[in-house]
Design a protein around this ligand. Structure first.
Ligand code: ZN
Length: 450
């Protein structure tokens, strides 16, 4: 790894004004939905300022042109209005109706255009004729509209008045970052993208779950710090990596969160290198009441592509429900606030919280005297187990497994997987054994130090 290069940047900290109010994930999705987000611009800023009402987010501004790894921070794009009108003045396509109507990063235009010429700038989905597709042209220096196919087919005039009031000028790339400090310098990374406009599942569900998780963790910090990133996809993650190269070794585990608001089964995509996060996510999902599928790493998808690029190779996986490109609402106007449900967001928050909590508590124990089985009855341990019938409590088998594997070489997660029980039950057995003076804790991480 090369040393991090100091870069010019503006930094603003925003103080939350609703830290103590109850948090409504679905409410945040609905508030953020209409904002015209893109890689850069005021839609991203407004989004981050809205999130900052709930958590103490630091909002960073990185100037256009800043060199970041093999890329440069692009020009800032802002859009005010856009429409296609008939020559008689009737508005046929209006950005005010849906911000999906304009291809992201469209350059400004005000012209009368023949239908034939306009056709080269129109994107529709004939197989889903009533939906607006989502398209971007970040580096295309072009303009375009996304329209329902039925609407486009009904537009048969010879020419139209096309107007996009946008600008693409030197400015900034904006992203948000927040650290919940831990007892050590080790960190868990949680990353979500914030660059999609009115799309609820692919974008805002991850934002809402990450915000809710950050709020909860602020109240209960753990062994490791948890760092939250709210970044525009690809260029945002690349910018953050370029700015933080010197301290990436702190990241011991990481998750990209996306598409967590639909009612489908969970999908966990493994890290490139194979890491604790993969085993932990797999175990939590297997022990949960939800259905799930584990996917191997692939160099396509979200910002795990950047975190898992070969020189960084960070232990970062991706948790989602619907998989990008594989559900019909994906990147269309159907991915709206009716597609995402509060129940699904709550379930997703529970799974993510459990993964983080398991990582935080996955320590090693060793028996103080490992010769033979200890006298459980004499120490009141049989009574303690008999009093714990609830799911979180330990059974006699959990305790026997724990006492057998507490040799300083098996973590609690190793034990839970080997005993085919839940992490929480093995952890409960550990607490009983610790209270009885049978074991001591050895805080250790299996992941090699970088
Ligand atoms: Zn997307």
């Amino acid at each position: 790894m090369t040393a991090a290069v100091a870069m010019p940047r503006l930094c603003r900290s925003a103080a939350p004004d609703s830290e103590h109010l109850p948090f409504d994930s679905m409410g945040l999705v609905k508030t953020l939905f209409p904002l015209a987000r893109s890689l850069t611009g005021d839609g991203v800023r407004k989004t981050l300022h809205e999130i900052a009402k709930h958590i103490p987010l630091i909002i960073e501004e990185v100037p256009t042109g800043t060199s970041v790894l093999d890329w440069h921070v692009p020009k800032e794009w802002n859009i005010r209005t856009a429409s296609i009108r008939s020559l008689s003045g009737e508005t046929l396509v209006d950005f005010a109706e849906s911000n999906l109507h304009v291809v992201g990063y469209s350059r400004p235009i005000r012209a009368i255009v023949s239908r034939e010429d306009l056709a080269a700038h129109i994107y529709t989905l004939p197989e889903q004729p009533d939906v607006i597709p989502y398209r971007t042209g970040y580096y295309a220096d072009d303009w375009g509209f996304c329209v329902q196919d039925t609407r486009w087919q009904a537009m048969q005039d010879d020419a139209y008045l096309v107007e996009i009031d946008s600008d693409l000028e030197p400015g900034h790339l904006t992203y948000g970052e927040m650290l919940v400090p831990g007892l050590s310098d080790d960190e868990i990374l949680i990353s979500v993208h914030i660059c999609h406009p009115s799309l609820a599942n692919d974008n805002l569900s991850g934002v809402a779950v990450a915000t809710a998780l950050a709020r909860n963790l602020l109240a209960t910090p753990g062994r490791m710090g948890v760092r939250f990133l709210f970044v525009p996809a690809t260029i945002g993650a690349i910018t953050w990596l370029a700015q933080n190269e010197a301290t990436l070794g702190r990241i011991k585990h990481g998750l990209v969160l996306t598409c967590l608001g639909d009612a489908g089964r969970f999908h966990y995509k493994a890290s490139r290198r194979g890491a604790e996060i993969d085993r932990t996510a797999g175990h939590v999902l297997a022990q949960s009441q939800v259905s799930s599928t584990l996917l191997p790493f692939s160099p396509y998808g979200y910002d795990e592509r950047q975190y898992c690029s070969p020189e960084f190779d960070l232990p970062v996986g991706c948790l989602m429900r619907g998989v990008h490109g594989q559900f019909p609402e994906y990147h269309t106007s159907r991915d709206d606030c009716t597609f995402v449900t509060a129940t699904a967001l709550d379930e997703s928050l529970e799974v993510v919280s459990k993964i983080v909590s398991t990582l935080q508590r996955d320590v090693f124990y060793e028996r103080i005297d490992g010769r033979g089985e200890p006298q459980l009855g004499e120490r009141g341990l049989y009574r303690a187990i008999a009093g714990q019938k609830e799911a979180g409590g330990a059974s006699q088998m959990d305790l026997l497994w724990f006492l057998n594997l507490a040799d300083g070489r098996h973590s609690l997660l190793d034990m839970a997987i080997r005993a085919n029980t839940s992490f929480d039950r093995i952890d409960a057995a550990a607490t009983l054994a610790l209270q009885a003076g049978l074991v001591r804790v050895r805080i250790a991480s299996r992941d090699p130090q970088r």
